[in-house]
Design a protein around this ligand. Structure first.
Ligand code: PEP
Ligand code: MN
Length: 281
């Protein structure tokens, strides 16, 4: 109800550490799937900042399908994110897995991510609804648009209006791609809801060579931004290496996004520190 255009016709703008998502600009959120070490995070952060990303991502608490896979560094991963933010000026978004971790993560991160596996974990949705941090809400693996919007309603109705929706692909019969990117959901959800909508082409496709074209398509479809996985050494990444872009691929993608944005009368969002640097220079 509160997430609908009937309730609020005006587009919501969500402020993430000074970066405004939903204001008409296109916000690129980038970084590795998982925080693996201080050096890896520093290297990825410097590269995505240089290429023009506005927000840094990296998972400290990782939801993994197998309990034997790398499940993240936990609290020390948050420290590496804080250090990377200090070095680059990019606000950070990271996933929170349990209601008990919400305060710890909210203390360090600028935005809380709720992952696809937790998209209908109503206790977690209520907990982030009580947090004083914006929320990046992934669409559940098999969620309809209505279920996804109702998940957002849990957060908003618990007092947190700063929700950004993320289409990250849904489960279908197709296995050639990791998931099926539902790009039509972008203009559909934007017509139904005033909340900003971003697209994650990395988890949606599972293959790095498909990420640039789906990123451009997301911009063309009217998304408010992207979440893209980028890794200093994708071949040796501890999670999601096959879908992670190299620095070179990310540089190239940013240049192409900039050209497409211009032709659509849009611009790529910049981090506050980058604006200061641009004004000073
Ligand atoms: C992620 O962003 O690293 C992630 C685990 O995403 P999802 O919840 O969409 O699978
Ligand atoms: Mn990932």
């Amino acid at each position: 109800k509160q997430v609908t255009r009937e309730w609020q016709p005006r587009q919501s703008v969500v402020d993430v550490g000074g970066v405004r998502i939903g204001d008409g600009s296109f916000t690129v959120i980038a970084g590795p799937c998982a925080v693996e070490s201080r050096e890896q995070m520093a290297s990825a952060a410097a590269a995505v900042a240089r290429a023009g990303a506005a927000v840094l991502r990296g998972g400290a608490f990782k939801p993994r399908t197998s309990p034997y896979a790398f499940r993240g560094l936990g609290a020390s991963g948050l420290d590496h994110l804080v250090a990377a933010r200090a070095a680059t000026g990019l606000p950070v978004v990271t996933e929170v897995l349990t209601p008990g971790d919400v305060d710890t993560v909210a203390e360090r991160a600028d935005m809380l991510q709720v992952g696809t596996r937790n998209a209908q974990n109503f206790a977690l949705l209520e907990a982030v609804g009580g947090a004083h941090r914006p929320v990046l809400l992934k669409r559940g693996l098999s969620n309809t648009v209505e279920e996804w919007l109702l998940a957002a309603e849990y957060v908003v109705s618990h007092g947190n209006a700063d929700v950004v929706l993320c289409e990250r692909g849904i489960r279908t019969f197709e296995t050639a791609t990791r998931n099926t990117l539902d790009l039509a959901a972008v203009p559909l959800v934007k017509s139904l809801s005033h909340l900003p909508v971003v697209v994650d082409p990395s988890h949606a496709t599972g293959h790095r060579h498909l990420v640039p074209s789906m990123s451009l398509a997301a911009l063309a479809a009217g998304a408010d931004g992207l979440v893209v996985e980028v890794h200093p050494d994708p071949e040796n990444a501890l999670s999601d290496g096959p879908q992670s872009l190299t620095f070179e691929m990310f540089d190239d993608l940013m240049a192409r996004l900039r050209r497409l944005a211009e032709s659509l009368d849009r611009r790529l969002a910049t981090a506050p520190s980058q604006e200061n640097a641009a004004n000073a220079g």
